[in-house]
Design a protein around this ligand. Sequence first.
Ligand SMILES: [Cu+2]
Length: 224
Amino acid sequence: MPSRLPPLSRPFARCCALAFALAATALGFAGSVQVNVKDNKGASVADAVVSLVPLDTKPALTVPAEPLVIAQIGQEFEPRVTPLLVGTRVSFPNRDAIRHQVFSVSKTKRFEIPLYGPGAGETLSFDKAGIVALGCNIHDWMAAYVVVLETPFFVKTPADGVATLPSLPPGRYRLDVWHPRLINDVAREITVAGAEAALQTIAITLKPDSRRRRAPDGLGAGYK
Ligand SMILES: [Cu+2]
């Protein structure tokens, strides 16, 4: 006598839902998170680094094959803020007609590239997570930052403060924000549920911009 299939039970349905969720993860139903970073006066914030650290999964950490570039050009660093994955290499080409001597005294990575002329520059590896503040011994207004991260999910905000982190596996994440003038800790936990985009509006408090600048004549004779 043929056996009959049992009716769908509640635990069975729950099990199906869980299996579907796991399959969705396995099939890569990735979500995305759009961030909008503003200061406490409501102005858009550029150069904020927003990172998402997965709390449920361990993503593959694949560093770029080619070094990133932080150039010295017009007696400034370009770009001023560089987020990267731990282990990434960075080259420091001098694109000016004068010499630079780039250094860091940050404990995340301490180094000095001896005085070098146009076209020259070294390539260094950033192997420890943290913030590295860069300076130049010749031009004391030159400042830049390397944000070394242990997650592949990060983005730097453009002038309008809005950026998107795509291709996020579903799950829980710690959302973190860093900016050169950040005062408050705005870390929070978020959940990426599926293919839909999650919007995160982030308000940060910034110290006043006290950065010394070169004189407009380009001679470095005065600051404003
Ligand atoms: Cu310099």
